[in-house]
Ligand binder design. Structure first.
Ligand SMILES: NC(=O)c1ccc[n+]([C@@H]2O[C@H](COP(=O)([O-])OP(=O)(O)OC[C@H]3O[C@@H](n4cnc5c(N)ncnc54)[C@H](OP(=O)(O)O)[C@@H]3O)[C@@H](O)[C@H]2O)c1
Length: 295
């Protein structure tokens, strides 16, 4: 039995889909406040729903009891629920989940962090929490896998974050010349599930990217080729991004501003070795472009 924390989220639901299609039994931790439609999706996939909250230690003990593996993707970055903060969820909540998994003698713990480049050069409460939780997990005595994905293409190449492929408009952050190994969240889900059974993932920290690194202009060109349209580019300078961060009035704003500023820095990940050791089929930016432009 695998326990998925963050199961109603974008990545967590994809992880549950893969567990279901592989015929692997799973328990999905949800909250009383979680979207009912998302809970229904998890039920239809065959998941056993268990109620819990990273802020409530007792609920984590109940959720972990009898599970062989825990995969956690949860984050408060977009959460609207009362009491959810980076400190209460991404930091203390994840740490107490690790403690609960240790007490329940869970066999394998998979934690979704962020790329090492971001951890090294970023400066915001989410990244501080990710680093502290990684350290806590490595010292816990649990068999672990830390997944460090770079930018999800489904998020960072979407209209929501300024990449408006529907209207052929793209926001270029900074010079646009730096390269990023955009990864599909579908591949992160594949790797999270395979981590539990693949010996190469035991007690490992895996940097995760897509099959190619592209700068922002190259990404625009891919979308132009696939759509046959010329994209209008809007530029946001690095200075403007730094000012946004300075002007932030709370930790979520500050984190978003810092993560956006980091789009103007390199985040390339050489995946050749990982792709040899795992059975994942890498999804490319052009495949993503074809999918989103055809719907
Ligand atoms: N986006 C990127 O480019 C990127 C890159 C690298 C790494 N990541 C990491 O990928 C992970 C998954 O992201 P995502 O897009 O799937 O996030 P998401 O869609 O925002 O999902 C967040 C999940 O966390 C749950 N959650 C929040 N607070 C909770 C609490 N107090 N107790 C229990 N569950 C709680 C939410 O449950 P409810 O539905 O109940 O609110 C939801 O299931 C995150 O850890 C993120 O840092 C993302």
């Amino acid at each position: 039995m695998t326990l998925v924390i963050g199961a109603t989220g974008l990545l967590g639901t994809e992880i549950c889909r893969r567990l279901a299609s592989a015929g692997k039994p799973f328990r999905a931790m949800v909250r009383s406040t979680s979207d009912p439609a998302k809970k229904e999706t998890l039920r239809r996939l065959g998941g056993k729903l268990v109620e819990g909250d990273l802020k409530e230690r007792a609920s984590l003990g109940r959720a972990c009891a009898g599970t062989a593996a825990v995969i956690t993707t949860a984050t408060a970055i977009l959460s609207q629920q009362q009491g959810d903060t980076f400190d209460s969820v991404d930091l203390r909540g994840q740490m107490q989940l690790i403690d609960a998994a240790g007490a329940a003698k869970v066999g394998h713990f998979v934690f979704v962090s962020v790329s090492g480049n971001l951890l090294k050069h970023g400066d915001n409460p989410l990244l501080a929490a990710k680093q502290a939780v990684e350290n806590h997990l490595q010292q816990s005595g649990l068999t672990y896998t830390i997944l460090r994905p770079t930018r999800f293409m489904e998020i960072w190449l979407s209209p929501h974050l300024g990449f408006d492929f529907v209207n052929a408009k793209a926001t270029i952050y900074g010079s646009g010349e730096n390269k990023i190994s955009y990864i599909s969240l579908h591949n992160v889900a594949d790797l999270a599930v395979e981590s539990v059974s693949n010996p190469a993932a035991q007690n490992a920290v895996l940097e995760l990217g897509g099959p190619h690194a592209f700068n922002q202009f190259e990404v625009v060109r891919i979308f132009e080729e696939v759509s046959g349209r010329t994209f209008e580019k809007q530029f946001v300078s690095e200075e403007a991004l730094k000012s946004r961060k300075t002007a932030a009035t709370n930790s979520v704003e500050r984190t978003f501003a810092d993560l956006t500023l980091a789009v103007a820095r390199d985040d390339t990940i050489d995946m050749r070795d990982t792709f040899k050791k795992f059975s994942v089929r890498p999804r490319s930016v052009s495949e993503y472009a074809k999918t989103v432009l055809s719907t």
